[in-house]
Write a protein that binds this ligand. Structure first.
Ligand SMILES: [Fe+2]
Ligand SMILES: [Fe+2]
Length: 303
């Protein structure tokens, strides 16, 4: 009994027909997308969503902080300018409705519970807080409040806790845009802060509390799958993208750009996660696919 899941990190406009062809021809059971579809220009959002909708595998996508209405809105969030955030967030519902419709048959996740069963192995995926931008602030708060009645980290945890209580499965995967608090002391840690002279943890408190709560309820949290904190660090170097914490595999899939050239060859990046019913649960690899759709298995995650 095993299931093979593809994880696609922050896309930021790096998606082509070759990616769609590759996944449609692959032997993956499902795909998890961690969000951030457009690059610097938000007009790419629905264009990329439309390309993703051609995928024929069961797929889930959690929107990221770049999946908003405008660059101005994103900048307002970055500088925590409440007045500007409120001004620019007013069109977010309309955009999210369009995003959900354009992505279909891919399911848009966000405070949501999704049940899967492949090859007799069943598990639930919990779609966490959409549009997270990391850190202590609740990004997109006017929209989250209107749409989900979430106005604080405490409310957000409560939403996630309710989903955990609803789940009938022992095995859970959390799908989030940014990872949990508690794993980022240093700048190159999986969700460590590299963009500020002071290193520190840039994880999400609500997600950390949800993972802890799930464990207390006797759930087996197989993996937390997220991105947002890009692998290449400001000031040089690369962050750690995989970490085992207790029984859980933490995966940061945000290799940006995910399509890149190396020694004259173009590669398309994703992560492969194979889970089985045994206690030695997962095998995680970075996979690079070249332009002729040939797979090159990169390093295996240090599990
Ligand atoms: Fe990103
Ligand atoms: Fe992001």
């Amino acid at each position: 009994m095993s299931v093979k899941i593809a994880i696609v990190g922050d896309i930021h406009s790096s998606w082509t027909e070759r990616d769609t062809d590759y996944f449609n021809q692959s032997n993956y059971d499902m795909i998890l997308f961690v969000g951030d579809l457009p690059g610097h220009y938000h007009r790419d959002l629905l264009k990329i969503a439309s390309q993703l909708s051609k995928i024929q595998l069961p797929s889930l996508l959690i929107p990221g902080n770049h999946d908003g209405v405008s660059t101005r809105q994103l900048i307002s969030e970055l500088f925590h300018n409440r007045k500007m955030i409120e001004k620019y967030s007013s069109r977010q519902e309309k955009l999210c409705t369009a995003l959900k419709k354009t992505l279909s048959p891919i399911t848009m996740a966000g405070y949501s519970l999704h049940s899967y069963k492949f090859n007799n192995l069943s598990f639930d995926v919990i779609g966490c807080r959409p549009h997270s931008a990391g850190g202590a602030e609740l990004a997109y708060y006017p929209y989250l409040e209107r749409k989900y009645h979430v106005s604080s980290m405490g409310n957000s945890f409560k939403r996630l806790k309710d989903l955990i209580d609803q789940s009938k499965e022992e095995k859970l995967i959390f799908l989030a845009h940014n990872g949990p608090l508690g794993l980022g002391q240093k700048r190159d840690d999986i969700w460590g802060r590299d963009f500020h002279p002071k290193e520190g943890d840039f994880g999400d408190l609500d997600l950390q509390n949800a993972v802890d709560y799930a464990r207390i309820q006797g759930k087996h949290v197989i993996a937390v799958v997220a991105g947002h904190m890009h692998h290449r660090l400001k000031g040089g170097g690369y962050r750690n993208w995989i970490q085992q914490e207790k029984e859980t595999i933490m995966i940061n899939a945000a290799r940006v750009p995910r399509i890149f050239q190396e020694k004259g060859t173009w590669f398309h990046h994703h992560i492969s996660m194979k889970i089985s019913d045994s206690k030695q649960l997962a095998r995680i690899n970075e996979i690079l696919v070249d332009e002729s759709l040939r797979e090159i298995e990169s390093r295996q995650g240090a599990i």
